[in-house]
Every structure is written in structure tokens, then in C-alpha cells.
Design a protein. Sequence first.
Length: 589
Amino acid sequence: MTATALRTHRCGALREAHVGLEVRLGGWLHRRRDLGGLIFFDLRDRAGIVQVSFGPDWTPAAVLEAAATVGPESVVLVRGVVQPRPEAARNPEMVTGQVEVRATQLEVVGPAVTPPIPVWRTKGEDLPAEELRLLHRQLDLRRPEMERNLALRHRLLQRARGVLTELEFYEIETPMLTRPTPEGARDYLVPSRVHPGQFYALPQSPQIYKQLLMVAGFDRYFQLARCFRDEDLRADRQPEFTQIDLEASFVGPEDVYGFVEAVMVNLWDEAGHEVGRPFHRMAFHDAMEHYGSDKPDLRYELKIEDLGDLFGGRGFRVFDTAVEAGGRIRGMRVPGGAQLSRKALDEIAAVAQRHGIGGLATLKRTGDSLTGPLAKLPDIASEQAGLKDGDLLLVTAGADNVTSAALDAVRLQVIQRLELEPVEQHAFLWIEDFPLFERELESDEWIFAHHPFTAPRPEDLPALLDRQYGDVKAQHYDLVYNGNELGSGSIRITDPEVQLRVLEAMGIPRADAERRFGFLLTALRSGAPPHGGFAVGFDRVVMLLAGADSLRDVIAFPKTTAARALFEDSPSPVDPAELASLGIEIRGQ
RNA sequence: GGGGCUGUAGCUCAGUUUGGUUAGAGUGCCGGUCUGUCACACCGGAGGCCGCGGGUUCAAGUCCCGUCAGCCCCGCCA
């Protein structure tokens, strides 16, 4: 399979078993060591690196001479014989280090100019600036680390296909040119030449299509779907990204959990990790209450508690004020937290304050003595506070939506600074029972917490009809892994009347709803099976399994944080004539 | 939209705190010596719009203002 017209083996594949074979290799000159009489090449291809040696005893003089002039990163074809290296010259750090290829022929088929960024680096040398790595992407991708990441990505993609095919899912492609959606993320628009003044949008997700496929009776669908959102970026967010998108009919949440868990367990297995099932589950409310986050990292046991009974009405001014304003006193007991220095605590408090709380009160137990601002309160005893020797209590007060975010940040800080031992390595977690609607902070209006097609819980339908929107829970679920949101899904609305009610609740009158979502409503009226599904953020999965810090390291050609492609220099202006044919005129800035 | 960090040789970085002769190092590159290297070794050399624009000053890599780019975070991401 490896052998082709121009080569017999891949460089990185050669082992002692190949000794004696005459081989032909094609690869990039990673590094050259010229000792005068002897010349060594480290020859690299996607499989790895092998040493090629040129010496007067086995290499013709003209070839030896040519070998002295090949520049780094040039592509060469080499013919030679695999030989064991002299005993003293073996390199245990290379998988091919027991052998070398003694060259008899050399042809430079792809000479390279001196590379602007190095592919080879000395030990401990920093990577080139990200800007240069993206600009010269074909060189950056030659680094073995990038090869490993993209090879892993490939294997994970194939594994996902395999599992879902096994589970009787069809892989079905959906359009990239679709209808703009006014709600949700901003769309990337594509002008139509045939219909000047009209636009397609690139899909933010194949959401509606997959629902139509369920109505069509395909029963189980999946797609390794490219999605596009014109929003500001982060290290873990790209404007175009890949989802493992799936949808199934005649299912409840348990079925969806089962499908997704099967996929995840297989992907983790592909990366060499054993993961147990079923995954943990937690209600959204409990996640916010005990972890201050809808994506808690359950590798660590630290929990947030309501400390109102302990500190309420004790005359601690800021607490009492907060409670009078309708807030609560919450905090966490940190076993061993007394070892945190004053400076560390100040820094943790500063992080918390960036999330809007006034401050972080502490109570520290060392031996039998209590210290910290809260120790001054009358009648506070260690037992009462639940503190053992060396423990620390961190407390704040205020509105839940502020203290939750702050305590979440505090929790992560404490975990990091105390280097707490994880109680498990792979903490998968389902978050359930999300509210269907939430209030927008500024306008105080109800908005979708998820997307408009998420079904309410059947038992909450009366509340929906009663316009008690705050009481309606969604059949929506998020998948969380070690504090990272990996994806989300839901059971969808299949009753057109419920769909209209939900849209109405969001201030979309029936007439508008029929116009904007008519094709979906029509589909729902044409015999729609109960269905639901999920979408996994695949790039993020690859990033975590590759141990990468950024999505850019697991995507071959990513965009910058300003959504630019440096390699090809896009986006770019276009010819006015082309714009004119689209009926588009650019106004000056 | 807002905040932060970074920008000096092809690359990775010192130098900016406290303005002051000719801006350094490692690596890479070029030339030379070298038969067992694998960060080969040794000798020699070239290489700079100090991101860009403006200002302060006798004098700016260094101080001030603006701007561009990359990265990180908040908002945003139904």
C-alpha cells in the first residue's frame, strides 16, 4: 500500500526488519550533518524521520558531492540499502535509530528556498509567532506535532462514522447555501447572482434540515457538519467549525444519551483512554447552586454551599446588606486551604471581583485558632463552620447570578493553586432540566435559552400556555467534560401548535412565524415523528484529546482571532464588476 | 463593542524601568576545515524602517498620542 512509482517505504517506517533491503524513499530534508567525508540526512515524511548516510565506501562521488548542497526542507528521492548502524552510532531516541539508509542515488525533486520559519527546532526553542505559523502554514504543518494532531483528527472522524453507522445512522449531507436566520448568531451571507439583492446564508448548524430528514422518515441521521458563525473568536472558537451532528426519531432523552455516550466512549478509546458509562447527570439548577457554572469540572470535589444559616444576621455588615437586598450568602470549604498565602488569597479575591462581587471573606483554621475577617464574629466555632485543622472557608454574598460566576472562578483558582488531586480523569457529565426561556438582562424580555425548536417538558405545557415562562423547563441537555462544554441537544417540538406558542412567547406573531419558519411548520403538519438529537463540537474534542491549547492546532487552515486567513489573505475586496453583477455596491467607510 | 499582553536580524529573544557613542546573543544563512554524526565540532563572514504614523527633546528602540497586526479575556456565540 505504501509503495508507489517513486518510493518503496515511508522514512519513519524503517526498522531492523528492513535490514538488507534496497529501498527508495521520498521525503523532506529535515536536517543535514556534513562531516566532510561523511554526510548524514535526517529525512522526514509523515511517518517520521530516518537517517540517510552518504559515505565514499558506498556512495558514488557525484552523489556525495550533490548531497553536500541540498538545502533544508527540499524534497529528495533517495535510493539506498537499509543497514544496521555501527554499535556506537545507534540512536535510542529515534524509533528508526537502529538503522540507516546507505545512499547510492540522490535526486532533488523539490528544491526549497531557505524556510522563513524553521520546521526543525532545537530542544526548548519556542515556536515561531502564531502569525508566522499561519502565514507559512505549509511549513508549520510539516512539524511532527501538527502531523500527529491531524492524524488523530482523521482517526476520530473515521471512528465517529463507524460507531454511528453501526448504530444504524445514515450519513446525509445538507446544503451549505441556506436561508438566513435573523435570530441566533450572525450569519455569513452569500449573495445570489441569479437573484440580485437576495442572499443565501452559510449554515450555523444543519438544525432544520435534520428535523426535515426525521419528518422524511430517515429515522437516524448523522453528519460531520461544517458550521459557520460570524461571531467574535476565542482560543476554543473558530468562525467555521465541525460538529458531529445527529438526530433520531422515536426517541427520548435516554436514547440520545445512549447514542452520544457510545460515540464519546469510542472517540476516547481511539485516543487511548478508557471511559466508563453511564455518564454523570446533574440538573442545571444544581450545577449553578453547587458549582456556579453550567459546565462544572467534576474532576474535583470542591462544592459551593449556602452559608446563610451560619453567617446570616450575625452583624457582618456586607452580608446583612446583601441579604436585605434579596441576595444569599454562599461560599465553599476548602480542605487544606489554610496553606494559601495572603497574597494568593488576594489574587483569588481579585479574580472573583472581576466577576462583580464586592469581596471575598475568609475564615481560616490553624490548630484550634480561627483567623480572617469572619473570625471576629461572636460565637463562631470551628465545628460550627465545619472546618478541620488547615481548612479554609471562602464566603461572599449577593445575587445568585453574580456570586455563581464569581464562586465558579474562585473554585477553579483554588483547584489550580492547591494542585488538588482529581477524583477521576474523565469526568463526563450530562446537564439536564434547563429552563426553556431566560430573561435578557437589559430589556428584561424573555428570550430563547437554546433554539426555538427545543421542546418544553410535557408537564410544563400548562405553564407555557399560562405564560408562566420562567416555570417552563426544556427537554434540553448539554454534555460537559472536565469543565468543557462539548455539545448540546434536545428533544424537538413536533406539535406545530406548540411551536407557534413558543415562537409567540418570544414575540414572534403567528403570521411572522408562518413566513419565517413556514417550511418547518408545514413539515410538522405533514406527519412528524417525535425526534431529538445532539451536536458535538468536534474540533474541541480533538483539541482536548490531542492535548492542544488552541483549536488552531487541530485545524489545518484556521482563522486568526480577527477571523482572517493569513495564508490566503482572506477576506479580501472583490472586483467592482463582480459586485455589480451581484447588484451590490460598497459604501465608503 | 471593551480590557490586557506582545511587536527589535530569516527565526527565538535580551536591551525600554533611569532617553545619550557604532543596537546585542543564540540559532538559521553564506564561505572554509573535518570519515560515525544525530542541537556534529571548529574558523571566518554577511544580515536591522527597533510594526507603522505623528509628537516631545539638543538627542527616541527607550517618553507621549494615534494606528495596524497577532494572541488572551469580557460582551457576543438562539
